[in-house]
Design a protein around this ligand. Structure first.
Ligand SMILES: Nc1ncnc2c1ncn2[C@@H]1O[C@H](COP(=O)(O)OP(=O)(O)OP(=O)(O)O)[C@@H](O)[C@H]1O
Ligand SMILES: [Mg+2]
Length: 280
């Protein structure tokens, strides 16, 4: 059998992407303001053919750089599909970050390449956090400008952002966010870099950290500046919420405390016996 034509593939995805079914006016391939361009549709088609997703339902967020959609897999289980726009403005934001990240050295060329690199950077950051058992959505797949991950929410919608959540015990939530900063640095070797009340979703009282595309490895040239900024943002927000705030220097000391690299050292960590006195 010959490979399906673009028209055949389009007809296939058209039935499975709600936005394409409902927006019939104008050029239907340009619905949702560029998000579903031809390449993006073919990327989604690829996810569908692989059995990763079955349908793309409604957008849960439409931003400048991209949209996040509620999707379902063939079992009907929810997934979040983040689609980056391949526009010039996205490219400009993305390029500055990628240039400074040692993992993306040598990425040059057109803006699509950069945006694909950005999506794959968000995926690999999620993967690192997830491997280190930090509370982020589980990454599922990435291809071109499309990132598929665990959906944080329920049938009624995504979990609320921290900024829209009333906190029973602000200090308790603050401590969890500070733990994410410290464990992120120590265990995932990452600094989030855009940590704020917008990029934390509250799932049954527990923070889930999202939007990790700009996260940098702890050895990046500007990692410590980003760490300062993250701590400042978080301290500002939680101070207003009446939490008991920890001094930024103390948080950073925790981040930079000597590491126990080897597995055999882990038992010491569990026993809380490791030496915290050595200075940076
Ligand atoms: N895994 C997810 N599960 C559920 N909802 C999500 C998920 N990821 C993102 N969202 C929703 O999409 C919104 C935007 O996500 P995110 O911050 O990653 O994108 P963004 O491109 O930075 O957009 P913005 O510029 O609006 O911050 C989130 O606030 C949340 O409502
Ligand atoms: Mg965001």
């Amino acid at each position: 059998m010959p490979a399906p034509s673009y028209e055949e593939k389009y007809a296939y995805v058209e039935k499975r992407i709600d936005a394409l079914k409902t927006n019939k006016t104008g050029d239907e391939r340009q619905t949702e303001g560029e998000v579903f361009d031809r390449k993006t549709l073919m990327t989604i088609y690829g996810f569908m053919k692989k059995g990763l997703i079955d349908r793309v339902h409604y957008p849960v967020s439409t931003g400048k750089e991209g949209n996040v959609f509620f999707a379902t897999d063939p079992d009907g289980d929810p997934l979040a599909l983040k689609i980056y726009r391949t526009s010039t403005s996205t490219f400009k934001k993305v390029a500055t970050y990628i240039e400074g990240d040692p993992r993306f050295r040598g990425i040059t060329g057109n803006r699509w390449k950069f945006i694909y690199a950005w999506a794959s950077k968000e995926f690999s950051n999620l993967d690192r956090y997830y491997d280190a058992e930090l509370p982020v959505p589980e990454p599922v797949a990435v291809n071109q400008n499309c990132l598929l991950m665990e959906y944080v929410g329920d049938e009624t919608g995504p979990c609320p952002q921290l900024k829209d959540t009333e906190l029973d015990d602000p200090t308790d939530t603050y401590d969890e966010v500070v733990s994410f900063i410290i464990d992120g640095w120590r265990d995932a070797h990452l600094v989030h870099g855009d940590l704020s009340e917008y990029n934390i979703l509250m799932e049954e009282g527990e923070p889930v950290f999202i939007d990790v595309g700009q996260a940098m490895t702890a050895d990046s040239f500007n990692a410590k500046d980003l760490l300062d900024r993250d701590i400042k943002n978080i301290n500002r927000f939680f101070k207003n919420r009446g939490a008991e705030i920890i001094d930024p220097e103390t948080i950073k000391e925790e981040c930079f405390a000597p590491e126990d690299d080897d597995d055999e050292d882990e038992e010491y960590e569990d026993d809380d016996e490791y030496d915290e006195e050595e200075d940076e």
